[in-house]
Design a protein around this ligand. Structure first.
Ligand SMILES: [Zn+2]
Length: 180
């Protein structure tokens, strides 16, 4: 299971519902949960690992700790009121941007046992994170919430951050090589 990063085309495709009782679900969820922790994320959607199904795992790392497994999540109510959300994404590493999202949402979904669940009036990080993961399922990234020029600037910044990161890593490796 590999993490897809911008601009991998799979990140821009719409995922399909997971069939109730899908025999691949348990393994997929287990592996996605392991990767969520390995990659130190708070949320991971299946399309980020190239599987175009509507599944996400979320652990906000807040007490009390809770792992949410969301299969086929659907926002059935959203507040008109929006709120600033400072976000990053495993698939767009290093970049952080402030966007606006619905402040409060009510979500219906199936859990890992395909039992129907509802989260009523989620707010704050949970609300933002669920909206972020559902965006992935619809082929959208958080930067798509920026204005057209804001998005272009963010992509430019992302590329600069990637180049800096690679230059730094090369620099760290170089002295060792010279001693060989
Ligand atoms: Zn993301």
């Amino acid at each position: 299971m590999e993490l897809l990063q911008y601009p991998n085309p799979a990140l821009f495709r719409r995922s399909v519902d997971m069939e109730v009782g899908d025999p691949t679900a348990a393994d997929l969820i287990k592996e996605m949960t392991e990767k969520l922790y390995e990659w130190s994320g708070i949320g991971l959607a299946a399309p980020q690992v190239g599987i175009l199904k509507r599944v996400a795992v979320i652990d906000l790392r807040e007490e009390p700790r809770r792992l949410y497994v969301l299969i086929n999540p659907r926002i059935i109510w959203r507040s008109v009121e929006t709120e600033e959300s400072g976000e990053g994404c495993l698939s767009v590493p290093l970049l952080r941007e402030t966007i606006f999202r619905h402040k409060t949402i009510t979500v219906e979904y199936l859990d890992e046992n395909f039992s129907p669940q509802t989260i009523q009036k989620a707010e704050g990080l949970l609300s933002f994170c669920i909206q972020h993961e559902i965006d992935h399922m619809n082929g959208h990234l958080f930067i798509d919430h920026l204005s057209k020029s804001g998005r272009s600037q963010a992509i430019k910044k992302f590329k600069e951050l990637q180049n800096e990161f690679m230059a730094q890593n090369t620099a760290e490796v170089a002295p060792e090589n010279e001693t060989l």
